[in-house]
Write a protein that binds this ligand. Structure first.
Ligand code: PMV
Length: 356
């Protein structure tokens, strides 16, 4: 086992949420995916986390969200720390103070697990390097992504900016179920490097069925094998579409993946749906605007009722005007969050306020 120093140290990182276009749905072992997935990191929806260590015979942690103790998250963090224990020997002899802050509104229906688990994994990776005897202190993204995966599968993809692939895919030898890889700039048309994503907050309430429960229902799902094959084919297709900059094919694939995800939920046993009537109305209006008015717009969805609009940066003005008229009335409190592809995590200085 690597030697480690018993010292007090601090690491602070900002890390983004991400939106998968090819969806990860179903897992085995320690959060290994049933299929490869591809996502892009967001620019505005981020979590900022600071972790401070102090030597202690009683290892453990204390967690604050936006400055207040939040016992509701303790179980999730404790499970995560237990899972990554063998990778980070310093955890055995240190107490952790964890402070976190999200830039996106709490209870907005935007999943924060990808950004929060990746921010925490980046802090712990840096602390691991600071506590080890090695000279090397540059960020180890493979380790950070591996750790993030064990907190929340989709978090594995958030340790990079731009577009990311997670899961073994035969077309890329370096790909792995254990960690994500960034796609290179040359693999993505400039249009998709600056893709805009506006999130329609259709229903900000708590999800009736968690992603964890949804993943588990894939184990005995009648369409399990077909879904794995579909995701593999869509991974190959999406890589070609991103390179060619093909919008029509991109929308067809993104919408097929989003609706397949919700179809898998509806055809699970027990069956459930997270769609809201306004989610369907928004889909209808988006497709009509594309068909009848030639707007370059499509959508994706997460495991929830919100709709993620996808469109090129160059059509921002025109699409925002249309969105306000046609889609804003369908949103709870008329709320839409505007975001776009981001550059990925960044280290913060240790005295920087997290809510700046
Ligand atoms: O990371 P989890 O366990 O919350 O799963 C996320 C699953 C989806 O968001 C629906 C798809 C994805 O690939 O992010």
């Amino acid at each position: 086992m690597t030697k480690h120093k018993q010292i007090s140290a601090t690491a602070s990182w900002e890390s983004p949420s991400n939106l998968a276009i090819v969806k990860y749905w179903g897992k085995h072992g320690l959060q290994e995916p049933l299929n490869p997935s591809i996502s892009f990191s967001l620019a505005a929806a981020v979590t900022r986390t600071r972790v401070s260590t102090r030597p202690s015979d009683q290892p453990g942690f204390s967690f604050r969200l936006n400055g207040a103790e939040k016992a509701g998250f303790n179980e999730k963090i404790a499970t995560f720390l237990e899972r990554i224990h063998s990778h980070l020997p310093f955890l055995q002899h240190h107490f952790l103070q964890i402070d976190s802050c999200n830039t996106f509104p709490h209870s907005s229906g935007i999943a924060s697990s990808a950004s929060s688990m990746s921010a925490l994994a980046l802090c712990l990776t840096q602390l691991h390097l600071l506590h080890s005897d090695k000279e090397e202190t540059a960020m180890d993204s493979v380790l950070a992504s591996t750790l993030a995966r064990m907190g929340s599968g989709s978090a594995a993809r958030s340790v990079y900016g731009g577009w990311t692939l997670w899961g073994r895919y035969p077309g890329k030898k370096e790909s792995s179920d254990m960690y994500a890889l960034p796609l290179e700039e040359a693999e993505i048309d400039p249009d998709f490097r600056s893709l805009h994503n506006s999130i329609l907050l259709i229903d900000p309430g708590q999800k009736a069925v968690s992603s964890t429960a949804g993943h588990a229902l894939m184990n005995h799902h009648p369409y399990r094998e077909a879904r794995i094959e579909q995701a593999q084919k869509n991974t190959e297709r999406l890589l070609a579409i991103l390179k060619a900059g093909e919008w029509d094919d991109f929308f067809e694939l993104a919408e097929n993946e989003a609706l397949s995800l919700h179809g898998l939920m509806m055809s699970s046993t027990p069956s459930y749906t997270l769609l809201h009537p306004n989610s369907l109305e928004a889909i209808h209006r988006i497709r009509r605007a594309r068909r009848e008015h030639g707007l370059t717009i499509g959508f994706s969805m997460d495991a929830g009722p919100n709709i993620h609009l996808l469109y090129p940066a160059r059509e921002n003005e025109k699409i925002k005007t249309w969105m306000q008229e046609e889609l804003q009335p369908l949103c709870a409190d008329k709320a839409i969050l505007h975001d776009q592809v981001g550059t990925g995590p960044r280290a913060l200085t240790s005295n920087q306020a997290l809510d700046e």
